[in-house]
Every structure is written in C-alpha cells, then in structure tokens.
Design a protein around this ligand. Structure first.
Ligand code: IPM
Ligand code: MG
Length: 358
C-alpha cells in the first residue's frame, strides 16, 4: 500500500523516540512491501527557532495532505516564559483543530511484565484494559481567554454536536470491546457538563442501546481509576479532564513512557503521538522510552491505513521484548536485569529484532 506520512519529531526527547518509531515503520514497510513516503517537518519549539511560529504553514500543508502524522513531543523551558510570544503548545492545539481530530484515543493496558513497574499494587492491576476517548478540539483549551493585571479567565464551551461526535467514536469502540461506556463530567457544578451528560444519555439510548452506560463525576472517577481500574472499558470525557486523567491512568501501565495515542476525526487521517511530553530533563541523554511512540506507530497502521495485521505485529514485538526483559530507565527495577536499563536506540534494536522474528 502507498501512503504519505508526515513526521514531526518536535522538541526534547521527541526526535529521539520518533527516530525509533520511524525505524519500526520502515521495517514494517519493507517486510510487507508497502510504499510509505515519510516527510519530516519542523513543529513546536524547533519551528519557532526556525520560522518564529510553532506550526509553520509548510508543516500544516504537509499534514493536511498526508494520510497520517507521527508526532514526538513539543515544548520546553526555552519557550515557556509567561510572556512568551510564541508557544509550542499553541501550535499543537492549532494542529489538532486544523486536522479536526476531535477524538483522542488513549488505550491503557497493563502488560503483565510491567505490573511491578507500577506504583499501584499488582493485584489491583489484574485485567486492566481500558481506552480513554478524550474530546480534543473543544472545551476550555479552545475557549476565549482574557487577562488584565489582576484577573484572568478561560471560557469552557461545548455544543451538542461536539459531544455527539466524540460519544459516537467512544460508543463504537465499546461495541467492539466489552460493551461498557463510562462518561466522566462535573454535572453537579458545570453547565457544560450538564449538556454533556444529557447529550450522552440521549444519544446512547437512541443509537447504542446495546452499550451499558455509566456516568461518573470527575473527582470520584479519579479515585476509582486507581482503586478498581479493571472495571473500566471505554471512558469518554471532555478535553481537560481527559488530559489529566490519562496521565494518571498511564501510571497503571507502569510509566508515562509506554502510552500511545491516536487522534481521529471523521475520515481516516489521524495524528499519532505518545502521551508523554518533551521531558527536557532527560532530553539528549538517549534514555527515553520509545515504546509509547512505537505503539503509536501501531495505532497509525491500524486506524489510518487499515493495516491491522501489521499493527498487531508491532504490538506483539513490543510485548515480547518487554517479556524478555526490555527495560529503559523509566521502568528499570532490581527484579529485572538487576536494575540495568538500555538506551532508547537499544530498545529500538530489541523491538526490531522481535519484529524480524515474528
Ligand atoms: C497532551 C499534552 C498537551 C495537552 C499539551 C502539551 C498542550 O499534555 O497531549 O496530553 O494538554 O493536550
Ligand atoms: Mg497531557
């Protein structure tokens, strides 16, 4: 199959993890005779340095004509002063909006080999397999902002149509999985949450009567997520709650470094990125965990290119590598390899070897 894939390494550890993701993508292409054209472009802080803007027009144009976009991470202390004129994060929000990728899938499955890497007791992690569907192009992230010397405000708004479309994505996922959807809001306080809950309730009844729906308030959901995580199947929630809860949920899987994401809209084009950030504190050291990016490559093949078998091959290679003791610094433990860890590129090597023997 032929595909154009935009590659946006970004800042900090972004280029380091994306390098490994690209190697995996190329290996899959070679193995299966696919013709992938990978085109790299500046995005985030590096783009601000080069052009003054986090999302240069040429990068946006490339993304808009691509079948899929693989992104590393953006941001860093250099561009985060309170009075900064251009911010990498602004570019990321604009890219998501321009691509209209309103549904952000963040799966969390606890691989048995990593149970001991989690800060949560292993017996709580038994059977955890959930997917967050985070609304990605609305809510408080995108509302009008005001600021004067003493006051600031951020507007949170949602329309029925915005809630419906992300709920449909989550509901279809639930149908293909264990048939359970949890919608998280703050409907005891926020008007947007009341609209959210009403809309989810009505839509699920009308279009997905076979899916079991449960509503939860965000504060208690944050608690239950680490108390009984195995009870969740698909979770749908608004943009900011989704941002916060998915960092929390990633710790179930052992590390922020192993969590992938797929951002999807109405078509098949998608944006794929690990959920971790640019990690300036470890950037340039070659110790970042590339698993979140490599699993994002699997999601790219599955959701944008329809290559399910290839996606499974990558996931299988990653899991076998972890079973065989692959540990980067973020998941190193004395029980495995005496606490020794491998570098980012060594981790890529191990996964590529597993892929070759699949
Ligand atoms: C994420 C990140 C971003 C977000 C930041 C970098 C704007 O935390 O993708 O989760 O909040 O969406
Ligand atoms: Mg986040």
């Amino acid at each position: 199959m032929k595909a154009l894939i935009a590659v946006l390494p970004g800042d900090g550890i972004g280029p380091e993890v994306v390098r490994e993701g690209v190697r995996v993508l190329q290996a899959v292409a070679q193995r299966h005779g696919h013709d992938f054209t990978l085109v790299e472009a500046d995005f985030g802080g590096v783009a601000i340095e080069a052009t003054g803007e986090p999302l240069p027009q040429a990068t946006l144009d490339l993304c808009l004509k691509s079948d899929a976009i693989l992104l590393g991470a953006i941001g860093g202390p250099k561009w985060s002063a309170p009075d900064a004129k251009a911010r990498p994060e602004t570019g990321l929000l604009r890219l998501r909006k321009e691509l209209a990728v309103y549904a952000n899938l963040r799966p969390v499955a606890v691989h048995p080999a990593l149970r001991s890497a989690s800060t949560i007791r292993p017996e709580i992690l038994e059977g955890v397999d959930l997917v967050f569907v985070r609304e990605l192009t609305g809510g408080i992230y995108f509302g009008a902002k005001t600021r004067d010397a003493t006051t600031a405000s951020d507007l949170c708004s949602y329309s029925v149509a915005e809630v419906e479309r992300v709920t449909r994505v989550a509901a279809r996922l639930a149908q293909a999985r264990r048939g359970k959807l949890t919608s998280i809001d703050t409907s005891n306080v926020l008007e947007t949450s009341r609209l959210w809950r009403e809309t989810v309730t009505r839509l699920m009844k009308a279009e997905f009567p076979d899916v079991t729906v449960e509503h939860a308030l965000v504060d208690s959901a944050a608690m239950h997520l680490i108390r009984r995580p195995a009870d969740y199947d698909v979770i749908v929630t608004e943009n900011m709650f989704g941002d916060i809860l998915t960092d929390e949920a990633s710790m179930l899987a052992g590390s922020l470094g192993v969590s992938p994401s797929a951002s999807l809209g109405d078509g098949t084009r998608g944006l794929y990125e690990p959920i971790h950030g640019s990690a300036p504190d470890i950037a340039g050291k070659g110790i970042a965990n590339p698993v979140g990016t490599i699993l994002s490559v699997a999601l790219l093949l599955r959701h944008s290119l329809g290559l399910e078998a290839e996606a499974k091959e990558i996931e299988g290679a990653v899991y076998r590598a972890l079973d065989a003791g692959l540990r980067t610094a973020d998941i190193a433990s004395v029980e495995v390899n005496g606490g020794k860890s491998v570098s980012t590129s060594e981790a890529g090597d191990v996964i590529l070897r597993q892929l070759a023997s699949a």
